[in-house]
Design a protein around this ligand. Structure first.
Ligand SMILES: Nc1ncnc2c1ncn2[C@@H]1O[C@H](COP(=O)(O)OP(=O)(O)OP(=O)(O)O)[C@@H](O)[C@H]1O
Length: 463
């Protein structure tokens, strides 16, 4: 092709031309849009060729100009595809860099629409084919949706940061921590605030305990704390129905015990209290999914949808062992659990939110003598949970074992309505263990007034 006939170009090709022309004519302009452009955005072959050369010159820190581009075309034997007359015509087209970013955005929009038409047609053809497996169709659909409609807008346009930017972000964060030490999602339990500064974005926190120890109650308390801090909360409750979860949230906020909700009914006084809280309860920013059997892929898809539709700031999962792994791992439970914990960590990173997952502990805890406090080694049989988690928290209540004092710990004080939160792994700092009060009928966990906390070195040695 020797010349550029504008009349023959589509609207999209004209935008592509404007972008390439600006990149060739203004040698510094590529850096402004380097992280937003991709060769797949260009539909016209000549522009794809030029874009690849421009990108390559940029990566090698070679000046992007007419001479260096024609040298590259010659070296790559591509002058048949893009000759020098074409290149000069391209260069003469743009007279300003002012429209570059807007044009890139328009191009992404147009390319996305074109890709949608192509992708949806392919999906429709697959759906119309009787031999197509519906799960494969769903996976293909999700991958397409993710690539075109999520990644294109969230990753490429999320302003990928330079290292210089990152250094400044790290510094600004450190300075602001001094003024406001609570950077993560707030927890009313001082042991959580002290050890990890609240629930941190991209972290996977595992809360493990024996059944009936109060994990769900602990989760309810964390949900309420996050809601009170103005966060939008997502919950996957594989064990309990949304209605049961709502009951427990209501017990925490109204302080009306669970048996009034489930067995006895409200007293006139309790009904009045509930009415006083009803408006507040109805407006809580919480999104629940109580599907009983979810694979880790399903959970990931649904969590992403929650993020897009409700912009959740934190995600809770009750509980990890009820999630199923992928087809290939069936039969090997340890590998399945590893895939699940890895998947949960990936969700935390991908959605840039804290993920708190409850986890059951096996009976091995009970076969030990002494206080029967859980140890990190109790998780070692559970795939890679310990490795994938940024924090591991254990819940321990002596009352559960009909032990009514803290024995040799905490001066042998009464353990009635008390639990210990043991931070046995902490990617961000020291290990910590402290008691708190528990009120199981209202799913509340709260600090003991004037409690002190002790930092320990190694959780397996410490208890
Ligand atoms: N009204 C109540 N009075 C006293 N204890 C209660 C009351 N309601 C619930 N509990 C206790 O709370 C515990 C259950 O709490 P929770 O559901 O939070 O625990 P969990 O660790 O999530 O349990 P699981 O793993 O079995 O679901 C049980 O030990 C139960 O006996």
């Amino acid at each position: 092709m020797n010349h550029l006939d504008l009349k023959l170009l589509s609207e999209r090709e004209k935008i592509e031309l404007d972008i390439i022309s600006t990149l060739v004519s203004y040698h510094n302009s590529f850096s402004v849009v380097a992280d937003k452009l991709d060769k797949y955005l260009f539909s016209k072959y000549e522009f794809v060729v030029l874009f690849e050369i421009i990108q390559d010159l940029f990566q090698r820190s070679v000046r992007i100009d007419l001479i260096n581009i024609s040298t590259e075309l010659r070296k790559r034997k591509l002058l048949g595809a893009v000759d020098e007359v074409f290149l000069i015509n391209v260069t003469n087209y743009s007279t300003t860099t002012a429209n570059l970013e807007r044009n890139v955005f328009l191009l992404v929009e147009l390319a996305t629409k074109d890709q949608c038409v192509k992708g949806f047609n392919e999906l429709a053809n697959l759906a119309n084919d009787d031999s197509t497996d519906v799960f494969e169709l769903r996976d293909r659909g999700f991958k397409f949706f993710e690539k075109i409609l999520i990644d294109q807008f969230t990753s490429k346009f999320s302003n990928r940061k330079t290292f210089k930017d990152l250094i400044n972000i790290v510094k600004t964060k450190a300075i602001s921590i001094k003024d406001n030490p609570m950077q993560g999602v707030y927890s009313s339990l001082s042991v959580i605030q002290k050890a990890i500064g609240g629930w941190q974005k991209t972290d996977l926190s595992i809360v493990a305990a024996r059944p009936g120890m109060g994990k769900t109650a602990f989760m309810i308390q964390c949900i309420i704390d996050a809601l009170k801090a103005g966060m939008s909360v997502g919950v996957f409750s594989l064990e309990m129905s949304s209605e049961q979860l709502t009951t427990r949230i209501s017990t925490n906020i109204t302080k009306i015990p669970n048996y009034s909700f489930i067995r006895l009914g409200f007293t006139p006084g309790e009904e009045k209290v509930f009415n006083q809280h009803q408006n507040h309860l109805e407006n809580l920013k919480i999104e629940m999914d109580d599907t009983a059997s979810l694979s880790i892929t399903d959970l990931r898809i649904r969590a992403k949808t929650m993020k897009i539709q409700k912009n959740i700031d934190i995600l809770f999962v009750d509980y990890l062992q009820l999630i199923s792994g992928e087809k290939g791992n069936k039969g090997n439970r340890e590998q399945e659990i590893s895939a699940i914990s890895r998947g949960l960590k990936a969700i935390a990173k991908e959605l840039d939110i804290p993920v708190i997952a409850l986890s059951q502990l096996s009976r091995s805890v009970e076969s030990r003598g002494g206080s029967k406090r859980p140890l990190l080694s109790d998780l070692r049989e559970s795939g890679a949970i310990e490795q994938d988690a940024d924090e591991v928290l254990f819940l321990y209540r002596p009352e559960y074992y009909k032990i009514d004092t803290w024995l040799e710990d905490y001066n042998n004080e009464k353990a009635t309505n008390q639990a210990e939160i043991i931070i046995a792994k902490n990617r961000h700092g020291g290990l910590l263990a402290d008691r708190c009060m528990v009120d199981l009928p209202t799913s509340r966990f709260y600090d003991i007034p004037n409690e002190s906390v002790s930092i320990t070195a190694n959780p397996d040695e410490a208890f």
